[in-house]
Design a binder for this molecule. Sequence first.
Ligand SMILES: C[S@@+](CC[C@H](N)C(=O)[O-])C[C@H]1O[C@@H](n2cnc3c(N)ncnc32)[C@H](O)[C@@H]1O
Length: 363
Amino acid sequence: MSPPAAPAPSLDLREDVQRELVLATRRYWAGPLYRRVVAGARRVGPVSGPDELERALARMPAYQAFGWLEQHLQTFKYTGPGGLMPAAERQRQVIEAMLAASEGRHPERLVLDPAMRLPDYYRDTDFHLVPGGIHSRSWDGVVYEWAAGTATMMQNESTDVHDSLARYLATVTPGRRILDVGCGFGPTVRALARALPEATVTGCDLSAPVLRLAHHRALAEALTLRFVQANGEDLGPFPDRSVDLVTATMFIHELPPPALRAMLRAARRVLRPGGRLVVLDFYLVPGGTLGRFFHLGHARRNGEPFMPALLELDLPAELRAAGFSAPQISPYPPGQPLDRLPESWRLPWTLIEAEALGGSDAA
Ligand SMILES: C[S@@+](CC[C@H](N)C(=O)[O-])C[C@H]1O[C@@H](n2cnc3c(N)ncnc32)[C@H](O)[C@@H]1O
């Protein structure tokens, strides 16, 4: 059955102009401007770590411009003239009608929990500098999806990584039952459903608005997916040993270490012995001190308060403590060099994989 015609929100000329400006400036920022900062940093000579480099470059005009643009382009994207927040708010009724129409179809595939208690770190942090976060307004999912189009230099880069990961997972998954934690508006679950048509794929997230959009997008693509509002720290709605593969993309860097430990234990609980955990996130940083300097600066300037703590964790030890074996941690896409900086700045993806221990040793 074809979906009923539902209105869709759109960006108009103002937002298109703003998007062009953000993308063009980001290309300049991540390319020529970044390379000027790299050249300046290399002239500083040996330093004890990123903090000393930060102090040495603090008054360098190219670095000041780099830091200013990194932070303010992001703010401008959401709230400046032609910003995504006012564009979505203006179309609030269209968005609500679109989401409600999809909720009316296959309501059993969208399980929301109106009593969900958001953890303080989640409620109180404007991740990625989105004013008010992405969990309270009906249009938050739409803003997040639009923003994802300008999060990376190439408009399609962020969705390409989900597709390439899903193609890889299709070759290694130990079974058909897949749970994606922190699924957002659903790019990973949709890619998994396309790559593994036989699989039963569920996405969970804390945010009701992003899950409502994920459900809408899945129906629009005629994919059979289930979305459940749940906290990744306990995965409460999911029974023990009910899943073969747990995935999480761009999720764990948003968790403070205690929440990450809880999430690993919860993933272990829902996995069957021998099941697999596959996480794509930001952990291995190429380029030594200089690479960490850019990475930590990004975390500070882009609303990522828990990203630095993730770098400090001994993830193989954390995985073992949570009941996993054979941890494997490598740059993604495979073969990315760790000993040198990329030519243009970008967040470096890391693939983290482990197997759920079996038998009575399981948590
Ligand atoms: C950066 S987004 C990534 C979304 C998606 N996985 C992707 O690859 O585009 C992180 C997502 O994790 C969700 N999230 C953050 N903390 C969570 C938690 N404790 N439990 C469940 N979801 C959480 C956020 O609401 C957000 O949708």
